[in-house]
Write a protein that binds this ligand. Structure first.
Ligand code: XMP
Length: 327
């Protein structure tokens, strides 16, 4: 069993498929021994860490793992569908899919303050997960995708992903099979477990999701504009070889409009802002130098394909002074 929260000095860095296979075999044996015939609960966001934990547990205990995927309406285009396809359809996971979209968006209605939005999303997530946990009989363990930097840095980045703050009657024993791994090692393990590349190599995505990219009070139509423009940006970055090269890239739709013109008629619509940054640790960041022709092509696609948008801007601001996200 992996005990303690300190990575042993002699622990080999998992850099190759062979080392990943060795880690997987050891973990599966340990998980089987630890869990026996009991049931494990996991909040499965579809991010690389929780996905790797799910795949390990499915290998070890199969349908004794209960995965709960909460769709809070703030995920990227295609993500909830992919979680269902990969885990339920392909890996035969015991997956509970919770459509909580209306619930989250109703709670967030009219709330413009960024920190209040984050708090509502975090608290509502715990509430939904708690409700699902109560519907399950005989859960003994709670699995989490904690990784080593979460332990040593206990930084802000992960706080919204982890299911902290569950009430006393839902305090299960923790199962954290990747807690001594660094992110790059989790990816090597994920690849060896057969997870799709876009899950294994995906860019960081904040817990509050697209909610912090639909600035101010979230509306459904503006959220849709964020989701659709983000999908176009990701598609074009993938086509043009930027996917693995740029650390984080996304679009923002702010809560103001400007005048434009389309088919000889004046429009009054939102702008889409593109952000594409590189960083080592997210504390500082530089802006990616995107070929101008590609920016023009993406602009053309967004103003043509995304409803309610008449302008596209590129954010040239490094961190500092701008943060990576806009909220
Ligand atoms: P900022 O905007 O502070 O972001 O420069 C640094 C990194 O953290 C991510 N981020 C978050 N992640 N919950 C998260 O899980 C959050 O509330 C949150 N806010 C920012 C951001 O995407 C970037 O990678």
């Amino acid at each position: 069993m992996t005990t303690g929260n300190v990575r042993p000095a002699d622990m080999e860095r998992i850099t190759t498929p062979a080392l990943a296979e060795k880690f997987i075999a050891e973990q599966v044996a340990e998980l089987k021994a630890q869990i026996g015939d009991k049931k494990v609960l996991l909040a499965l966001s579809g991010g690389v860490d929780s996905s790797v934990v799910a795949a390990l547990l499915i290998k070890a205990v199969g349908r004794q793992l209960v995965c709960v995927h909460v769709n809070h309406g703030l995920l990227r285009k295609g993500e909830p569908e992919q979680v269902v396809k990969v885990f339920r359809d392909e890996m035969n996971a015991n997956l509970v899919y919770v459509d909580a979209v209306d619930r989250f968006l109703d709670k967030l209605e009219g709330i413009a303050d960024p920190e209040r939005k984050r708090k509502i999303i975090g608290a509502e997530f715990i509430r939904v997960f708690e409700e699902e946990a109560r519907k399950q009989d005989g859960i003994s363990f709670l699995a989490q995708g904690t990784i080593y930097p979460d332990i040593v840095e206990s930084g802000p980045v992960k706080s919204h992903h982890n299911v902290g703050g569950l009430p006393d009657d839902l305090q299960f024993e923790l199962v954290e099979p990747v807690k001594l791994l660094f992110k790059d090692e989790v990816r090597v393990v994920g690849k060896a477990l057969g997870l799709p590349d876009n899950m294994v190599y995906r860019q960081p995505f904040p817990g509050p999701g697209l909610g912090v990219r639909c600035t101010g009070a979230i509306t459904r139509d503006r959220l849709e504009a964020v989701r659709e423009s983000d999908a176009i940006l990701r598609e074009e970055f993938a086509k043009n070889g930027l996917e693995g090269k740029v650390w984080q890239y996304f679009t923002i739709v702010p809560d103001f409009k400007s005048t434009g013109v389309k088919n000889d008629l004046r429009t009054y619509d939102w702008p889409v802002i593109i952000r594409a940054v590189n960083t080592r640790d997210a504390m500082t960041a530089t802006v990616e130098n995107i070929p101008f022709e590609l920016l023009q092509h993406i602009t053309q696609r967004i103003v043509t394909e995304v409803k309610g948008v008449n302008r596209v801007l590129y954010d040239l601001t490094p961190k500092p002074t701008g943060t990576i996200e806009w909220e």
